[in-house]
Design a protein. Structure first.
Length: 198
């Protein structure tokens, strides 16, 4: 995309980056390993700001984000690298209330994508495609890691990480749910127990 074709969003992002560069200061001296030696796996939801809810500054911690904050193979890959090569020694799994991953199943998104690839609509009860045709069945073969119950999914993810053969037993893994209405981190006690060091 040339500058002549750039969108308003691109222009806003580049303007913000220009302002950021002017005040970048000594951030150029930050070390590669995270200074506080911990990592957070959390959701990509735009309402979550891990820097604010966990009190982070640039360089403090690794933040790994995906849809739902799930312990997918790629998330575990990042956590293993975070520890093995960059020295993190404590990990948090943080899901959140009112998560979009609770609003559909693998079958629903697979069917929507098979019908059409454009953005679907949700009426509060069901998803539908505003247009039809041009979809692809590839979505039927992806494990989407949807969520039925937040506490259960946090526990499942902490257990999956804890039991992974490349995760050392001495790393504690904590499980929390972020409340989007209050900003509070709510402990999932079963997950915290499951994530204890061996």
């Amino acid at each position: 995309m040339s500058q002549a074709q750039s969108s308003k969003i691109v222009e806003e992002v580049l303007a913000a980056n220009g302002a950021y560069v002017k005040t970048f200061g000594d951030k150029r001296d930050l070390a590669l390993p995270p200074a506080r030696r911990f990592a957070i796996l959390t959701c990509m939801d735009a309402r979550l700001d891990p820097a604010k809810y966990a009190g982070l500054s640039e360089g403090d911690a690794h933040v790994i984000r995906n849809a739902g904050g799930r312990a997918s193979d790629d998330a575990i890959r990042s956590l293993v690298i975070s520890h093995k090569l960059l020295g993190t020694n404590e990990w948090f799994v943080i899901h959140h209330t009112d998560c979009g991953m609770e609003l559909f199943t693998d079958a629903i998104i697979g069917d929507l994508l098979e019908d059409n690839l454009e953005t679907a609509s949700f009426d509060g009860k069901a998803w539908s495609n505003p247009k039809h045709g041009g979809g692809n069945p590839a979505g039927q073969f992806i494990k989407w890691h949807t969520i039925k119950d937040q506490a259960a999914s946090v526990l499942q993810d902490v257990r999956r990480i804890r039991q992974h053969p490349l995760v050392p037993g001495h790393i504690p893994i904590y499980g929390y749910i972020y409340d989007v209405k209050s900003g509070a981190l709510i402990p999932v006690e079963d997950a915290i127990e499951a994530g204890r060091t061996s």
